[in-house]
Design a protein around this ligand. Structure first.
Ligand SMILES: [Zn+2]
Length: 397
């Protein structure tokens, strides 16, 4: 029996332009028919404003863009993946996150997928970063794959991890980020097996010892009863997880405190408490000062607003051009190493002083030359670490 095809695009279809907006193909045909098929341009990727009045965002998705753009006859320059950036300078100039030099009709086909590979991942990474900041040093695990199409699970997990999440939940995300995916027991295990003890004991006996033991304790009864079931049934119990339904939550902090008390009183001081269920940066912040040791955050990260980045031609045959509302000329991104304010200049060797008094750094790197990679690929862990470092400098959300 032939199965119907899924509606998600294959890698091949993305690469050959099947998902690209149809106007590009028409533009290319017109340019070629009218002798403009070889017009060399500079195009830049910028954002006009950030969603939800965010003051900054995390630039994510460059590595996938490079895997897409490799082989095209272009030179590409970009700020490093993981850059915490602002959309505009204090003089309203849009900060160029990426610059592409080449013949428009030869690379325009990748504009649509390239923007998608930056806009959505950057939104997810930014939400993850804000949630990680709200958690005040406690761990955050990305649990949001089930809210989005499975074709992008790897992208979502990588973006959430780069933004600052400590762990991801899918095996694909684990492979891409070179981390061990994290999972607890699902409610289904206890429901099918009929009791907490039976499910917890079986998990402990069957699952490899290196997998952290985190038991979900809200299935049948009170969380503190469930917590003691877990302590009795599992050796090396790492934590208990409360996914308490909204209808039973009442004062969630008090339920968590009560579970902590019960654990401590019975000698399980080392057992952590993970909470999940409809959390976002606001509810995580509200619980960050409690005895919670980790958060599982799903929808609010995977359903992050996508960034409104666009690609625009800013130079044609060496002359500045631009559509109204944009600033012409090939520009270089600068950023203050101290407060992360940004600026753009027409010169790569400019000396720009930030309003805080620091000298700004030109932060653009050459990433492709004639379609060949010129920068060493950076792993997700390294990028994530740089994001965490930058987040220490952020004082406003
Ligand atoms: Zn500054």
């Amino acid at each position: 029996m032939t199965k119907g095809r899924l509606f998600s695009a294959s890698e091949e279809e993305i690469r050959n332009g099947y998902t690209t907006d149809v106007y590009f193909d028409r533009t290319k045909r017109i340019l070629e028919a009218r002798g403009n098929g070889e017009t060399e341009v500079w195009a830049e990727v910028t954002g006009s404003s950030l969603p939800r009045d965010w003051k900054w965002a995390v630039y994510c998705g460059l590595e996938e863009v490079l895997r897409l753009a490799e082989g095209y006859p272009i030179d590409m320059y970009s700020v490093p993946e993981g850059t915490v950036f602002r959309a505009r300078s204090q003089n309203s100039v849009r900060i160029p996150l990426m610059n592409i030099h080449g013949v428009y009709s030869r690379f325009g086909v990748i504009e649509t997928p390239l923007l998608g590979m930056l806009c959505q991942p950057s939104g997810v990474a930014t939400c993850a970063a804000r949630t990680k900041m709200a958690a005040g040093g406690k761990s955050v695990t990305a649990f949001g794959n089930r809210r989005m199409h499975p074709a992008i699970s790897g992208v979502l997990d990588r973006s959430a991890f780069i933004g600052g999440c400590d762990a991801v939940s899918s095996r694909m995300g684990g492979d891409i980020t070179e981390t061990e995916p994290l999972g607890t027991t699902p409610h289904a295990l206890m429901l099918v097996m009929g009791s907490n003890e039976e499910a917890f004991r079986s998990f402990d006996e069957i699952i490899e010892p290196e997998v952290p033991r985190i038991m979900l304790i809200d299935t049948f009864s009170d969380e503190r009863t469930g917590a003691m079931d877990a302590c009795r049934s599992v050796r090396n119990l790492m934590g208990v997880r409360l996914d308490t339904p909204g209808s039973r939550r009442g004062n969630f902090k008090e339920i968590i405190d009560e579970v902590r008390w019960e654990l401590d009183m019975n000698g399980y001081e080392k057992v952590g408490i993970m909470v999940s269920g409809g959390l976002d940066e606001i509810s995580v912040a509200a619980l960050s000062g409690t005895c919670v040791t980790g958060f599982g955050v799903g929808t609010s990260i995977s359903n992050a607003p996508t960034l409104d980045l666009s690609m625009d031609i800013v130079e044609k045959k060496g002359e500045p051009v631009s559509k109204r509302g944009k600033f012409g000329g090939r520009k270089y991104a600068y950023r203050c190493p101290d407060c992360l304010y940004m600026d753009a200049s027409l010169s790569p060797g400019d000396s720009i002083t930030c309003s805080c008094g620091c000298e700004m750094d030109m932060i653009e790197e050459k990433v492709l030359e004639g379609g060949k990679r010129t920068s060493k690929p950076r792993g997700a862990k390294e990028i994530r670490e740089s994001v965490i470092e930058q987040l220490q400098l952020i004082s406003e959300l």
